[in-house]
Write a protein that binds this ligand. Structure first.
Ligand code: FAD
Length: 330
């Protein structure tokens, strides 16, 4: 495709071991991080008695990081991790190197990149799979609306800018976390350990970390799809959290925008006019007197107090048969 995967490979080797283990001194739901002067060790419970252990090792010269033996992993756990464990029955032992790489644009003509094909980075923070799935969610409804003939092909142009900026942030965050986790200077290690313990004891910090890791904190403030907003309401491009008792916006085989508004009778006609784009069910207003249009992936598209800006937004998005970007040459 001629899409350079720009970035670098880190100069350290890592191992991954999915093993059975006796003697883990914490509940089987608790992951743990063990910082040692020689490197970091992370232990993630997978199911009762089975764990994923990840750690860094000095860089070797080979083409790829060597696969560790169970004895080597046991020795590393004894050195860096909790005392008194016994590893057995390995399910998967592997060595890997960390790349931080990304394509500049996620689209070339009819080809769209998502997941690790578009961005790869350190597993620190556990964002790779989540980011790839959100790429797919972002692209799927746009493709569906265009392929089904409801939206203009230009809608697809928003995929790369929206997801590429998220990819940039994920790469930066993973890089920062990896640098902190692999500090070699003993004084810096001491500061990291003390500050880490302090911060991770604060509920506001742990909630922030959870929102970031689950990626519900992702927003699209600079999206070309953002329409007009209203002062005092969330901004276009912000995620509208799913509401208890409501079907999630965009659910089902035919993704549609959802309108949130109170008792304006002509809105049903508006939904009918754009029936390929908008769900006929009008949901309760996000704030009294407002009309909000929420994208099929749950982000606010635009908001107004009168229907006209909503009509203008939808008219701009509706299919114009002559201009399908899907058939645009590369
Ligand atoms: C040690 C480690 C720990 C990780 N931990 C986490 C974590 O905790 N949380 C998280 O979110 N992510 C984590 N990740 C990242 C996550 O595994 C990846 O981001 C994710 O698997 C990428 O999914 P993908 O579908 O984009 O690519 P892949 O999983 O690489 O899937 C691509 C598939 O395409 C197939 N394929 C390739 N070429 C062709 C072809 N020509 N024709 C047909 N098929 C082809 C491949 O065989 C493969 O099955 C971790 C990664 C590593 C290395």
């Amino acid at each position: 495709l001629g899409m350079p995967f720009a970035g670098e490979t880190l100069l350290s080797d890592w191992f991954l071991a999915d093993v059975h283990m006796d003697g883990y001194p914490r509940p089987d739901t608790d992951a743990s991080v063990h910082w040692h002067r020689d490197g970091v060790l992370l232990i993630f419970p997978i199911q009762p008695g089975r764990y994923r252990i990840i750690g860094d090792l000095p860089h070797t010269d080979g083409k790829s990081a060597p696969t560790p033996t169970l004895d080597q992993v046991q020795a590393l756990v004894d050195q860096r991790g909790p005392a008194g464990t016994r590893l057995f029955d390995p399910v998967w032992l592997s060595g890997f190197r960390i790349n931080g790489r990304k394509v500049a644009s996620y689209r070339r003509g009819r080809a769209f990149l998502a997941g690790d094909a578009a961005h790869i980075h350190s597993p620190a923070g556990g964002q790779g799979m989540n980011t790839g799935m959100q790429d797919a969610v972002n692209l799927a409804w746009k493709l569906a609306l265009v392929v089904q003939g409801h939206a203009d092909g230009v809608l697809l142009d928003s995929y790369s800018p929206e997801r590429s900026s998220v990819g940039d942030e994920v790469l930066k965050a993973a890089e920062r976390l990896t640098s902190v986790a692999t500090l070699k200077n003993p004084i810096a290690q001491g500061v990291r350990n003390a500050v880490g313990r302090l911060l991770l004891g604060l509920p506001s910090v742990t909630h922030g970390v959870a929102d970031t890791m689950s990626e519900v904190a992702v927003h699209y403030p600079d999206s070309p799809l953002n329409g007009p907003g209203l002062r005092g309401l969330m901004h276009p491009g912000e995620r509208v959290p799913p509401m208890a008792g409501q079907v999630p916006v965009g659910a089902g085989p035919a993704p549609r925008f959802a309108m949130f508004a109170d008792g304006t009778p002509n809105l049903a006609a508006l939904a009918e006019q754009f029936s390929g784009l908008v769900d006929p069910t009008i949901r309760p207003a996000l704030r009294e007197g407002t009309i909000s249009l929420v994208r099929p992936d749950g982000y606010l598209a635009c908001a107004a107090t009168q229907p006209e800006p909503i009509v203008a937004y939808l008219a701009g998005m509706a299919n114009k048969p002559t201009a399908s970007a899907l058939v645009r040459p590369a």
